[in-house]
Design a protein around this ligand. Structure first.
Ligand SMILES: Cc1ncc(C[n+]2csc(CCOP(=O)(O)OP(=O)(O)O)c2C)c(N)n1
Length: 339
């Protein structure tokens, strides 16, 4: 497993990122965690629908996206709000999507993110299609798709991996192995030695990385993106991480894992580790982190305000957002709603 920044904050090897970039990643991780905690409390207040927390997975999401160019595609899941936000998906639309408003699934045209996929695994095929299209059109564009360990048991994973390898599409498959698919531990998900090992069966590069180490995640993603961009084909990255929170706000992890396991995972928290590293360099202070927290709170609160202001009582868009010509079932529903 590739590691650079060890859990105690020391380095094994050289940082692939200058200190300024690491500080920006730290800011992004702290901001994302604020978004995550806020989302949970909004759900508790009845202001968001079901929410899938990503606490603990910030490095896997943010350090990988840091290796993308703005024009590269990001095709991610319901748990990847941090990644989408970092790739330009407006935070207010991410909130809006979580109240079930389909306008939240339509990022602006110049943002190269697909709407978060709720269907486990399906979006990997979309990422391969986007990468293939970019290749055929001669665009120098890569598509990175994120998914969980559970998604690797879907047929879609096989189809996407096989097609990408056969056609050499510029796709980066990034599996966040967070230990569980709801309550199913990864040990029961696969008999393979690792998820990264599956790459060799498809004839593509596979790499296993400490997903809570932002420096190693950045490094392996940068390599995979560079390989894809120069026509060297796809890569499967397995980022080994841990979902510190519940599967969703409807889940109670206490029913399938112990508090000892959770405490041990907290000691590998990517934010704690990055803070220790920066502190060791003399680049961290409590005042600096407090200022990041204050700014994060402002950013998140303003995004919520904008999202809530968009929730007008007019439900017309429910019927018009998806189909240019509505099908009979939709017409009947619209009539029933008095439209
Ligand atoms: C095709 C499909 N099957 C089942 C579900 C229900 N479901 C939602 S999340 C989930 C577990 C996915 O686990 P994993 O891929 O490891 O991702 P994680 O939720 O841990 O990020 C399941 C089974 C779904 N959304 N889509």
């Amino acid at each position: 497993m590739r590691q650079i920044l060890l859990p105690d904050g020391s380095l094994d090897g050289e940082s692939p990122l200058p200190t300024d970039h690491v500080k920006r990643l730290f800011e992004a991780m702290v901001t994302a965690r604020r978004y995550d905690h806020k989302s949970i409390s909004l759900q508790r207040q009845g202001r968001l629908a079901t929410y899938a927390p990503f606490e603990g997975q910030e490095a896997a999401q943010l350090a990988s996206v840091a290796a993308l160019a703005p024009d590269d595609w990001l095709v991610a899941t319901y748990r990847d709000a941090a990644a989408n936000w970092a790739h330009g998906y407006p935070m207010d639309l991410l909130f809006l999507g979580r109240v079930g408003d389909e306008r939240g699934g339509a990022p602006p045209e110049d943002v190269h993110c697909l709407p978060p996929s709720i269907t486990v695994g399906a979006h990997m095929l979309h990422a391969v299609g986007l990468a293939w299209a970019a290749m055929l059109k001669g665009e120098n564009r890569v598509a990175l798709t994120m998914f969980g360990d559970g998604a690797t048991s879907e047929g879609d994973f096989h189809e996407a991996m096989n097609f990408a390898a056969v056609y050499d599409t510029p796709t980066v498959f990034l599996c966040q192995n967070n230990g569980y698919a709801i309550s199913l531990p990864v040990a029961r998900q696969t008999r393979s030695e690792s998820i990264a090992a599956k790459a060799s069966a498809y004839g593509m590069a596979g790499v296993r990385v400490d997903g809570n180490d932002p420096l190693a995640v950045y490094d392996v993603t940068r390599e995979a993106v560079a390989r894809a961009r120069r026509g060297g084909g796809p890569t499967l990255i397995e980022a080994v991480t841990y979902r510190l929170g519940a599967h969703t706000t409807n889940d109670d992890p206490g029913r399938y894992r112990t508090s000892e396991e959770e405490e041990a995972a907290r000691r590998r928290d990517p934010i704690v580790r990055t803070r220790s590293y920066l502190e060791g360099l003399g680049e961290w202070s409590r005042g600096w982190e407090d200022a990041i927290e204050t700014e994060a709170e402002r950013l998140v609160d303003e995004a919520i305000e904008r999202a809530e202001a968009m929730q007008v009582p007019d439900v017309e868009h429910v019927f018009s957002a998806m189909f240019e010509t509505p099908h009979a079932g939709l017409v009947a529903q619209a009539e029933e709603a008095g439209r």
